[in-house]
Design a protein around this ligand. Structure first.
Ligand code: MN
Length: 232
């Protein structure tokens, strides 16, 4: 095999305690918390979940400063629990089958060009420009499932703060589709593989970011995610 130019390095995410998680794909679920569906003008009872993707190299490690993205005047944060898969499968049936795929969990942020998303929704057009742009997937260190078992998260709250001011604060229990249900649903659409990440949706309280802002996402005992928007 000889590449015609040097192949880019595979994107990775930091693992708590050492090592790098090789990122294959990034799946995201939309409309997964009742109060967020309402704040976006939807009906949580009738709207099915929406899946979309981001490129693997949209990953941004904690501690980074990222540029304010081009072509938007309404750049939003969405704090989310991220699930990292160590193995794959398709057409899964049970919670146990789904749970067996999980390597670990992390705090993440699904950055969104909200104005482009609104235009896409109105036009019935794809969401790629709204969701899948450069630096759109900051993620904190991944905590291995054996160190932080899912039971630990039953009562966990997802809290996102901008410049130290709390903007989102919700229980993971208020997810419409829980983690195994999301994995099962995705496995019926895609053959899941080791290295896939799943952003599991954001609760209510989404809002805009400005140049110079500092964002922190914390979820129960998981290591927090911190990043900033560059001044220029
Ligand atoms: Mn989201």
């Amino acid at each position: 095999m000889s590449y015609v130019f040097e192949a880019p390095r595979r994107p990775t995410a930091e693992v708590l305690g050492g090592g790098e998680f090789p990122v294959r794909r990034i799946f995201c679920i939309g409309k997964n918390y009742v109060d967020h569906v309402r704040e976006m003008g939807g009906d949580p009872k009738s709207d099915p979940p929406v899946f979309f993707t981001k490129p693997a190299d949209a990953i941004v490690p904690t501690g980074s400063a990222i540029p304010y993205p081009p072509s938007t005047a309404n750049f939003h944060y969405e704090g989310e629990l991220v699930i990292a898969l160590k193995s794959g499968g398709r057409d899964l049936k049970t919670r146990e089958e789904a749970g067996a795929l999980i390597y670990g969990q992390a705090a993440g942020c699904d950055l969104t060009r909200r104005d482009l998303q609104a235009a896409a929704k109105k036009a019935g057009a794809p969401w790629d420009t709204a969701k899948a742009f450069d630096y759109s997937a900051p993620i904190g260190p991944i905590a291995r499932i054996e160190d932080f078992p899912p039971d630990l998260f039953d009562d966990a709250r997802l809290i996102l703060a901008v410049n130290g001011v709390e903007k989102q604060n919700a229980s993971l229990r208020s997810m419409i589709w829980n983690v195994p249900e999301i994995i099962i649903a995705l496995s019926r659409l895609f053959e899941l593989k080791a290295g896939d990440l799943i952003f599991t949706g954001t609760p209510e309280g989404v809002g805009p970011l400005a140049r110079g802002d500092r964002v922190e996402v914390s979820i129960g005992p998981l290591p927090s995610l911190e990043f900033a928007i560059e001044e220029q």
